[in-house]
Ligand binder design. Structure first.
Ligand SMILES: [Zn+2]
Length: 270
């Protein structure tokens, strides 16, 4: 079952009030502009001509497109700069730390599908907190839901094997096959055109739809193993969160050495 505990509900209510009060949300501009909380004095009371504040969840988000946080490949910047730019992101699993081996990081080879890993794998035993099927997965920042897989059908073992064969024969894992291997997913779009993806989910929040706004820390799903060969075979195992951060068609960590990636991830997510 999907439920919010009291603490989360209080936090959610506080966040919702903050959003409603600011009326500007995070699309207001680049970090450091007047839309940042605490820097914009704002009107003391809502004026009659104020635009209606969007609903934090359940309403349709305005299709406001702000400027990318950075033009081009964010991985070309010094690691310290990347950390500063993405510091608004938090861990998608409460209290999790970055202890990942190289193979759990972006850029790791995936020979079984002739491809490259584009995300971060939060496994039990490598993340400082228990991670099991059903562990809560949280929005890494305020964002707009751009994909949430309510209708999801697990691959059969035959389909999974067939996709793997096709993938190995291709020069790189084809995008549509990689999408199958990510299983049940949620994608969020944040300020500065940053996108986060949450994959292999067991469940997704039943009360969220594409177009909804979520605030940082809001539960969007639970850890699972969807999309893995274990899930296709209907057997337990491989439960973990696969988490990706994207900007301008580049995933965070693309082409970087593992030590730099760990430094960046610790800087932004811990
Ligand atoms: Zn992964």
């Amino acid at each position: 079952m999907f439920k919010l505990n009291t603490l989360q509900t209080c936090a959610a209510a506080a966040a919702a009030l903050a959003l409603l009060y600011s009326g500007l949300l995070f699309w207001g501009g680049m970090p450091g502009t007047s839309s940042m909380p605490g820097t914009d004095p704002g009107p003391p009371v809502a004026r009659a001509d104020s635009p209606p504040a969007p609903e934090p969840a359940g309403g349709n988000a305005p299709a406001v497109e702000d400027q990318p946080l950075f033009e081009g490949n964010i991985n070309s910047l010094p690691p310290e700069t990347i950390v500063k730019l993405l510091a608004f992101l938090d861990s998608p699993i409460a209290g999790a730390t970055i202890q990942m081996t190289d193979g759990q990081l972006p850029g790791a080879p995936r020979p079984h599908r002739n491809g490259i890993h584009q995300g971060i794998d939060y496994y039990h035993g490598f993340s400082g907190v228990p991670i099991r099927a059903g562990t809560e997965v949280l929005a890494a920042a305020d964002g707009l839901v751009i994909r949430i897989d309510h209708d999801f059908t697990e691959l059969t073992p035959e389909q999974h094997a067939a996709y793997r064969r096709l993938s190995v024969q291709a020069p790189d894992t084809p995008a549509e096959i990689l999408d199958k291997f990510r299983g049940r997913q949620v994608w969020l779009k944040h300020r500065g055109q940053v996108i986060t993806r949450y994959a292999h989910l067991d469940e997704v929040a039943t009360d969220l739809s594409a177009g909804d706004l979520v605030y940082a820390g809001r539960q969007i799903g639970t850890v699972g193993n969807s999309g893995t060969s274990q899930a296709a075979a209907g057997i337990p195992g491989e439960d973990h969160l696969h988490f990706e951060i994207w900007l301008n068609e580049f995933y965070l960590g693309e082409g970087l050495p593992p030590d730099d990636i760990r430094y960046i991830l610790r800087g932004i997510l811990e």
